[in-house]
Design a protein around this ligand. Structure first.
Ligand code: UDX
Ligand code: UDX
Length: 466
């Protein structure tokens, strides 16, 4: 089947960049990205320097394809019915209620999407799971789609996204692999072939892996779990380094040079964040428990527990470094995004560090080159609300949280600076000059190990794992 019209539901961090790249690489295919959120769609149609997502290289791709064969719209039904292929890239957060609360993925949006596809479709469709979903979700989607009364045939494929934020465009251009899961039936194979032919426009054939649907769904969870496990492993060892005099950077380099281990994802940090790792591991834990695999569930759960431990440990080091009391002390957080080169803050370690510092009475000043003030306030508010704090309590607490547009105001007269995101600019600050403006003795806590060691510093530098 020759595909010439694609629709994607969900104009977020995954849907937006992925569809922009498909449109760029497949000029003969009309790609329409739809979303319930009209503001987000307006921003995708707005100025290139203010797209809803900051991602290096994205604006250039959007500029090239937008208006030619890439469109952003809120007319979801129309886009669904016109398309032969529909990607579902809506968010699948961790459930905050009911059965599986705190672990299972909330499939409300996915189900709504499937229902809308069932209702709006008058011709056959290939429906693609792009969102990360629990294993066997395709079955549920098929069931919902079968409610269509117009005799439409739906094929459901799994095509999980492996892009990392901050490098999304490069990851899409040069994917390590593209995974397509489909049914082993004639129509299933034809649907897989149709999707493979799209990716073949720029991805070498040998990098496109086809599997059954369940393997594809599980591989996404497993990849994220394995990546996060490496970070929790190195972070657990960073705690041991701090006790023994070993240096985690040296240990990481030494073990990473073993080609069986490899050097990537061994960077010790204040803890991993992002929309995927924690959510996907909790989802995996839930799945294992569901099948009564309690030991397996506990094994993976530990990866998340070590991550929480790391965020707490780092914050406690700041507090003990300031003589055990931070009440009314100005503390500056550099970085709010969960990693550099993105404005995404979901599950960022910074939120948890700031929360503990505010609980302890500190005045928390924040500077991030890409994250807007309302996002930061919203992140803290959401965390406090999840603990059932009252509106009044939250507003009183947030008065002690000050967001800055430039770094110096944030750092002046501060008792401590904590680096929470590895933005390149933080590496190149004149740290000695900054330290002079801070309360003496100035203390810098480097949660990303980006500041070089030096004997010439006029401030006290604390790094992770040394
Ligand atoms: C994606 C995946 O979908 C998720 O499963 C994965 O684990 C992380 O990446 P992401 O693109 O990062 O999610 O999410 P987000 O930026 O929140 O975008 C989702 C979009 O879907 C939002 O813009 C939201 O408005 C839209 N949406 C949600 C709909 O259009 N309809 C809905 O019913 C629900
Ligand atoms: C991840 C996966 O890498 C990607 O394949 C999947 O599609 C989505 O989830 P993402 O969350 O965008 O991507 O970013 P990633 O680069 O994996 O970083 C996640 C977190 O781990 C960040 O907070 C990052 O700072 C942290 N990290 C990463 C470390 O602390 N140390 C490392 O060595 C690597």
């Amino acid at each position: 089947m020759k595909i010439n019209n694609i629709c994607c539901i969900g104009a977020g961090y995954v849907g937006g960049p992925t569809m922009a790249v498909i449109a760029l690489k497949c000029p003969d295919i009309k790609v329409t990205v739809v979303d319930l959120n009209a503001d987000r769609i307006a921003a995708w149609n707005g100025p290139l320097d203010d797209l809803p997502i900051y991602e290096p290289g994205l604006a250039e791709v959007v500029q090239e394809a937008r208006g030619k064969n890439l469109f952003f719209s809120t007319d979801i039904d129309k886009a669904i019915d016109e398309a032969q292929m529909i990607f579902m890239a809506v968010n699948t957060p961790t459930k905050t209620y009911g059965e599986g609360k705190g672990f299972a993925a909330d499939l409300t949006f996915v189900e709504k999407c499937a229902r809308q596809i069932a209702e709006a479709s008058t011709t056959d469709k290939i429906v693609i799971e792009k969102s990360t979903l629990p294993v066997r979700t395709a079955e549920k989607i098929k069931e919902v789609l079968s409610s269509n009364t117009k005799g439409v045939n739906f094929e459901v494929l799994s095509n999980p996204e492996f892009l990392a934020e901050g490098t999304a465009i490069q990851d899409l251009f040069k994917s390590d692999r593209v995974l397509v899961g489909g049914d082993d039936t004639e129509s299933g194979k034809a649907a897989v072939a149709a999707l493979v032919s799209i990716y073949s426009n720029w991805i070498p054939k040998e990098k496109i892996l086809t599997t059954n649907v369940w393997s594809s769904e599980l591989s996404k969870l497993a990849s994220n779990a394995m990546l996060a496990q490496r970070i929790s492993s190195i972070n657990s060892l960073s705690a041991l380094c701090e006790k023994t005099g070993a240096d985690i950077e040296e240990v990481s380099q030494a073990i990473g040079m073993d080609s069986r281990i490899g050097s990537k994802f061994l960077k010790s940090s204040v803890g991993f964040g992002g929309s995927c790792f924690q959510k996907d591991i909790l989802n995996l834990v839930y799945l294992c428990r569901h099948y009564s695999l309690d030991e397996v569930a506990e094994y993976w759960h530990q990866v998340v527990k070590i991550n929480n431990y790391q965020k707490n440990r780092f914050t406690k080091r700041i507090i003990s470094g300031l003589n055990g009391t931070i009440n009314q002390k100005k503390i500056t957080l550099l970085g709010w995004a969960f990693k550099k080169d993105t404005n995404d803050t979901r599950e960022s370690a910074a939120i948890y560090v700031a929360d503990i510092l505010l609980e302890e009475g500190a005045e928390v000043h924040i500077f991030d080159p890409m994250v807007k003030e309302n996002r930061i306030r919203q992140d803290l508010t959401t965390l406090c609300e999840a603990r059932n704090e009252s509106k009044h309590e939250i507003s009183v607490k947030l008065k002690r949280c000050i967001v800055h547009q430039e770094n110096i105001g944030a750092l002046e007269n501060s008792f401590a600076a904590a680096i929470l995101t590895e933005w390149d600019e933080f590496k190149f600050y004149d740290w000695n000059a900054i330290a002079e403006k801070m309360v003496q003795p100035a203390k810098v806590f480097d949660g990303r190990n980006i500041i070089e060691n030096s004997l010439d510093y006029n401030f006290n530098l604390t790094k992770i794992g040394s």
